[in-house]
Design a protein around this ligand. Sequence first.
Ligand code: ATP
Ligand code: MN
Length: 478
Amino acid sequence: MKNNSTIKEVLSRIPVGSEVRVNGWIRTFRNDRFITLSDGTAPQTLQAVIEASHFPSELIKKLNTGACISVLGDIQSSPAKGQDVELQVRQLEILGEADSEKYPLQPKKHSLEFMRELAHLRPRTQTFGAVFRLRHHLAFAVNKYFNDKGFFYVHTPIITASDAEGAGEMFAVSTLDPLKSPKTEDGNIDYSQDFFGRMTNLTVSGQLEAELFAMGLSKVYTFGPTFRAENSNTSRHLAEFWMIEPEMAFYELDDNMDLAEDFIKYLIRYVLEHAPDDLALLEKRLAEEEKSKPQDQRSDMSLVEKLNFVLSNPFRRVSYTEAIEILKESRPNKKKKFKYLIEEWGADLQSEHERFLVEKHFNCPVILYDYPANIKAFYMRQNEDGKTVRAMDVLFPGIGEIIGGSQREERMEKLQEKMKAMHIPEESLWWYLDTRRFGACKHSGFGLGFERLVQFVTGMTNIRDVIPFPRTPGNAEF
Ligand code: ATP
Ligand code: MN
């Protein structure tokens, strides 16, 4: 390791004429002379130039795509176009051979679908290198943003006995033997004999626990894995994804919207500033993908233009009621082009409707608020109209819903009424209700799906391509 340099260091700050050792993986080896070397530290590769006659031919034969090598030599200015410097190799060592017959990645373009089958090798490629470096920058920026604003990072539990949404779609956690699990008298599985003495599952959200902490530390956030056993094979759903959930005491819905907008804009600004080269690489990829689409479906904005567009325009804030009016009168609704036609107030919005509003009608990010109470969760604050709750969804072009949030119901009676109506037993959430019993206050929060944000920033169309090892129905290979 001593005196090694990364490619990022070589390209950014080591002066021409210096001697360096660089380790990395071979992308290509051309004309018995030029090695394209990558170590993932930068979007760029390093050209290592060798004089084949100075090395044993046995060694040269092993310079295959995929092999791991260590090279020592001098940095010199490069006559080749597209690069300022190259490495003139004096010493060459093969650290790990790669059989060129068997190595699945050839020096050509592979489809994203093909690469999903080889998720263990995705980090070796240019596109995924850029995606995952950006994912890192975004995760770092999330923590930086909240830290700088006085939020505390709370690690909410992954195994829980509560279901924040009051709906199904959970993965059970159990150590009982499925073949001979103990039974209760009425023949059901006796979870009192299970590990936790009760039924437990993987969390679908850290919100309820984050609320408890906001009631003591004022401003907190969780950022962790979230699990949903939803059997939907879409390009926007994973069974395991990461969610960022800030929760703030004394915030009302408008404050919540302001924070959501400021937060997303900060994250986008952060990557524009800190990872322009990775963005440029993905912008090129996206432009090529666009070329393969029919003319009328192509985006007229490049990736970076889209990011700048979001920065320079306020998110449109539109009530659910206004949105329904717009959708009712819309062309696709009148021409029966929507799969789910909007007939009346109260309809749940599908992603086709969300995308119509964002991509066709308003043509910018939209925050929808004040949804009908009966399509939203029990904890959202009821409005005076008796029909709507202080919910907000942030909708993004190409993605649909990226954030779901609300002002929480802090009034004990209202909350109890609602739980009763939705058949949520109070005993199961006594600890949650305690925060309303003792020192309740107005508060708000939201959940941002991290992968959906990474999708937007990288321009990757499928959510499976922005998480290292995607879990989806029927798929947990790696
Ligand atoms: P959707 O309607 O898109 O399924 P949701 O209403 O179930 O989303 P919430 O429960 O509000 O979503 O979760 C908050 C955020 O988490 C969403 O806005 C989205 O960004 C993200 N999210 C939700 N489900 C998934 C999933 N299965 N995979 C990836 N991200 C998700
Ligand atoms: Mn969902």
